[in-house]
Design a protein around this ligand. Structure first.
Ligand code: NDP
Length: 451
């Protein structure tokens, strides 16, 4: 980066930090993009004059609301609900809803900002948004979750719609929660439309939507590995998380011939040197999705595995690492351990799981490293396919959806290679994804005037 570009980044970030105090995750996500785009922006008088990046970093609208509900003891509980409608230049706002006690404006703004670039990369007409609540579904009964979801949607429904804003799932929001929210939306608005994605297969959901983020991350990693004549076959894989994304990343990695040796949750990780085979995977699916259990129980079920309380899996030896849990779950020291242990590829299933220090370490050591906004875009892409099917009022076969998902992931990879290949031939996927995602949004904003 030349001096002019460096100065642009520092001045731009000083304004972002002053205007959005106490939002470290948002600053982190914006800085990464600003650093990638600065050389293009300083070379373009029109991007500067029209303040395109400044406008992308300012949400079009943020809605914050009270969510009162009754727990099973009949007591009043109050949570805070949010929807960040970040950018609608290329389509209706689109992005998941997260239920987790850590949810705050900084986290949702970082997610909505990243979503804008990710959605653009899919080539589908979707803008960027994200929402959620500090509600913790863990340990709550189905009835409590339902009452919360109904109260949340009673307010949110005023601001969303199939041509306006189309939410989906994220951490703490899976099929059960989407079902309760969709039911309440339909009841209040008296319409059956594709306003939420991730719906059940019998009532408007797309085949393969639950699988899409994890599968897509593996498809993206396959493309990266192929650039070096490698594949998943025979490789050892470390995965973090044991939720939706981790589960299907694990499944696809097994199908592609890899040995997956770790899974985790927020209290620890399991290491199974014999590998998680399909039978063990079925056990994990039941444990997490039906019994809502903890990953520790895997080690009680399978003596080949060891449970490491309070630790993350990045110290284990692997060829491929797939962080699939949450933001900033892989730091610089852990990245150095992965490199030292011979890891060649890191594909992010989660959003922003690697810290800036970790990313620097991967890139300095020339690893194949894909940021989540490129590698996990298969989830929102398949949500986009669900919207298409809902509009047409028909359903494609799983094979058709899988083929489309596969081809979208290949296209995103090509776009990253196009915009991210450096002089020595190394593909900087961060640069590629940021520039590739930005172009379409910027052009649309220029064409639509100052709105
Ligand atoms: P789930 O709620 O299904 O699973 C989340 C997993 O991550 C759980 O194992 C959870 O453990 C763990 N986790 C959550 N918070 C923390 C934390 N603070 N520290 C350590 N572990 C944690 O969510 P998803 O699988 O849907 O989402 C995972 C990631 O993927 C998120 O970053 C999300 O934004 C991203 N993503 C999801 C998409 C989707 O389609 N679902 C699409 C694109 C990205 P525990 O049970 O202990 O909380």
């Amino acid at each position: 980066m030349n001096e002019q570009a460096k100065l642009y980044v520092e001045e731009f970030m000083a304004r972002i930090v002053a205007k959005n105090p106490n939002e470290p995750e948002f600053h982190q996500a914006v800085r990464e993009v600003a650093e990638s785009l600065a050389p293009h922006i300083v070379a373009s008088p029109v991007l500067q004059k029209m303040k395109i990046l400044e406008r992308i970093a300012e949400p079009e609208r943020v809605i914050i609301f009270r969510v009162p509900w009754l727990n099973d003891k009949g007591e009043v509980e109050i949570n805070r609900g949010y929807r960040v409608q970040m950018n609608s230049a290329i389509g209706p706002y689109k992005g998941g809803i997260r239920f987790h006690p850590s949810v705050n404006l900084s986290i949702l703004k970082f997610l909505a900002f990243e979503q804008t670039f990710k959605n653009s990369l899919t080539t589908l007409p979707m803008g960027g948004g994200k929402g959620g609540s500090d509600f913790n579904p863990k340990g709550k009964s189905d009835n409590e979750v339902m009452r919360f979801c109904q109260s949340f949607m009673t307010e949110l429904q005023k601001y969303i719609g199939h041509d306006t804003d189309v939410p989906a799932g994220d951490i703490g929001v899976g099929g059960r929660e989407v079902g309760f929210m969709f039911g309440q939306y339909k009841r209040l608005r008296d319409e059956f439309t594709g306003t939420l994605t991730g719906k059940g297969r019998d009532w408007g959901g797309s085949p393969l939507r639950p699988e899409a983020t994890g599968y897509g991350t593996c498809y993206f990693a396959e493309e990266m590995l192929a650039t070096r004549g490698e594949s998943f076959q025979g490789k050892t894989v470390c995965i973090s998380g044991s939720g939706n994304v981790a589960q299907y990343a694990c499944r696809k990695a097994i199908e592609l011939g890899a040995k997956v040796v770790t899974l985790s949750d927020s209290t620890g990780y399991i290491y199974d040197p014999e590998g998680i085979d399909l039978e063990k995977w079925e056990y994990v699916m039941e444990l997490k999705n039906i019994f809502r259990g903890r990953i520790r129980e895997y080690a009680e079920q399978y003596p080949s595995a060891v449970y490491h309380e309070g630790q993350r899996p990045w110290g284990e030896k692997c060829d491929i690492a797939m962080p699939c849990a949450t933001q900033n779950e892989l730091n610089g020291e852990e990245a150095a351990m992965l490199v030292k242990n011979g890891c060649i590829c890191v594909a992010e299933g989660a959003n922003m799981p690697s810290t800036p220090e970790a990313i620097r370490c991967f890139q300095e050591n020339k690893l194949l490293y894909a940021p989540g906004k490129a590698s996990n875009a298969g989830g929102v892409a398949t949500s986009g396919l669900e919207m298409c099917q809902n509009s047409m009022r028909l359903t494609w076969s799983p094979e058709e959806v899988d083929e489309k998902l596969h081809s979208i992931m290949k296209n995103i990879h090509e776009m990253c290679v196009k915009y991210g290949t450096e002089e020595d031939g190394y593909v900087n996927y961060v640069l590629g994804a940021n520039v590739g995602g930005f172009m379409k949004v910027a052009n649309a904003m220029l064409a639509q005037g100052l709105v």
